[in-house]
Design a protein around this ligand. Structure first.
Ligand code: ATR
Length: 488
């Protein structure tokens, strides 16, 4: 079930949220502590105002809520609310059996016994859940995940406590994957919210339509992307839409990772079939791969990992993604020389790709020694960024591979001094924003442009093939055009 947490101050605004999200949700939670005082007294009316089951919650300040009333007064509000037809009531673990619980039982309202830890995952989490379940119908535990290794702990819960009705929530950014894959944790529901009532909550529409979280079953193949940060990635939209279009029982999840080793353990544990790799892990993953392609070996970085019998295999689709939009111009002789700005991981793949197609390359970089290293490997020339202008009018292609100009620093351009003549093809691998400062300058001079979103789309299509064995469905909007609109 997808449960909408209601953060409105009035019953009417809570009802409006339910109506707005109705097609994405199965149940909702009325957070009485977030209602205005006058409205709190009317809480019992809410279940009859909506057509889905409602959880009654009056969260105390120490559990992350707003209720700071003495316990007696809090109980009075709950008792009064229980005149309404709530499906569940959330009672904290430390609340002893009292008149609220008795009334809930009489009214046939199921009891969720909850416990929150905003600091960490408790060492004895399994026994805590077991204890909570003995005191109610459903055990609920919400814990703060401080590292990716905590995700592993949460995914072991179902193995340890298969028969227990429970709600398990991993709070914070590391926990986002636990909210999407809640069924794999054995959780009966996941909380969603329109306005992030709790950190890491995802909008109900994304849970239902993008991730199809409620459809994940034991046969669902799990894919994803690892990075830090990762939530900005456009890949989940692209891959999930693709899977859905070809009726492939799979989900693609963003994983915020701080430690590649624990992610590989996790990937083995939940039998992942493959994942994308983004900054800063494209090199770190190499030591966990049993098999790598020629590109990965040569470039020394890997952006795609797939499961093959007995091991993980590393592929680099950035290489093909980058070169694809240029192939026609290279083949028809319009690109014979190139200036590559930057000498980081992306530059390494790009220089190698261009050299493979016989393009003469000069690498320009702030730190000369970094450029020198890549140049030596690929037999090309190099220079410092300060000399950029020397190359004006001398090259057919200028590729920008640094992170300078990336959102939010959209007013930056690493080669401000370079004068475009209008004859060059300009290519920026940054896709956020769509039109970078670098590309704007090239455009002004009349240059032909290539965008980071083109590379992103091409490398994504190749990943999709590596993951699923199918071509990316041509009739699907990969979402890259949304990326352009929102990021332009
Ligand atoms: P990636 O692996 O994604 O390419 P990276 O390895 O951090 O990222 O490389 C970043 C590139 O951007 C490098 O070429 C870096 O120049 P240095 O080698 O001199 O560090 C370049 N870069 C980063 N910030 C820069 C800035 N403010 N001005 C110019 N170049 C910059």
């Amino acid at each position: 079930m997808i449960c909408l947490t209601l953060g409105g101050r009035t019953l009417e605004s809570c009802k409006a949220s339910v109506v707005k999200n109705r097609e994405y949700i199965d149940i909702c939670e009325l957070r009485v502590d977030l209602l205005d005082q006058k409205e709190q007294k009317r809480a019992k009316e809410f279940p009859s105002m909506v057509d889905i089951p409602v959880i009654l919650t009056l969260r105390r300040v120490q559990d992350g809520g707003k209720c700071d009333l003495p316990e007696r007064a809090r109980r009075d509000i709950l008792i009064r609310a229980l005149d309404g037809d709530f499906a569940y009531i959330d009672l904290e673990d430390d609340i002893k059996k009292n008149d609220v619980e008795i009334k809930a039982r009489e009214r046939g309202v199921k009891i969720i016994r909850s416990m929150h830890d905003f600091e960490k995952v408790p060492d004895d989490i399994f026994s805590k859940i077991f204890h909570l379940s003995s005191r109610g119908d459903v055990a609920k535990i919400a814990v703060k995940l401080r590292s990716f290794s905590d995700v592993l702990t949460l995914f072991r819960i179902q193995e340890e406590l298969a028969g227990v009705d429970k709600i398990v929530i991993g709070m914070g950014e590391f926990g986002i994957c636990t909210r999407i894959l809640y069924k794999r944790l054995g959780s009966i529901l996941t909380f969603a919210s329109d306005d992030e009532v709790a950190p890491g909550q995802i909008p109900p529409k994304a849970l239902k339509q993008l991730y199809r979280a409620d459809k994940v079953d034991e046969r669902t193949a799990i894919y994803g992307i690892i990075g830090n940060p990762v939530m900005h990635s456009a890949s989940p939209v692209m891959h999930n839409r693709g899977f859905q279009a070809i009726n492939f029982n799979a989900v693609y999840v963003p994983f915020l990772v701080d430690n590649v080793r624990s992610f590989f353990s996790f990937a083995e544990q939940i039998k992942m079939r493959g994942f994308s790799v983004t900054v800063p892990f494209k090199v770190d993953v190499l030591s966990y791969l049993g098999n790598i392609t020629r590109e990965v070996k040569q470039i020394g970085s890997c952006n795609t990992v797939v499961r093959v019998p007995g091991m993980w295999k590393g592929i680099n689709t950035d290489y093909y993604g980058f070169i694809h939009p240029l192939l026609k111009d290279i083949e028809e002789g319009r690109i014979k020389s190139a200036l590559v700005i930057g000498a980081g991981g992306a530059s390494k793949a790009i220089v190698w790709a261009l050299r493979n197609y016989g393009v003469k390359v000069t690498i320009l970089n702030r730190t000369l020694s970094h450029a020198e290293k890549i140049a030596k490997l690929n037999v090309c020339s190099y220079d410092t960024l300060d000399n950029a202008n020397k190359y004006s009018g001398q090259v057919d292609l200028v590729v920008q591979t640094t992170s300078v100009g990336l959102y939010p620093n959209i007013e930056e351009n690493p080669v401000e001094g370079f004068v475009f003549t209008g004859k060059e093809i300009a290519y920026d691998i940054i896709y956020k924003p769509h039109m970078t400062k670098f590309l704007k300058q090239a455009h002004k001079a009349g240059c032909c442009l290539h965008f980071g979103s083109e590379m992103l789309l091409e490398q994504g299509k190749l990943q999709f093939e590596a993951f699923s064995g199918y071509h990316y469905p041509y009739w699907v909007d990969s979402g890259m055009s949304d990326t352009q609109q929102e990021q332009a």
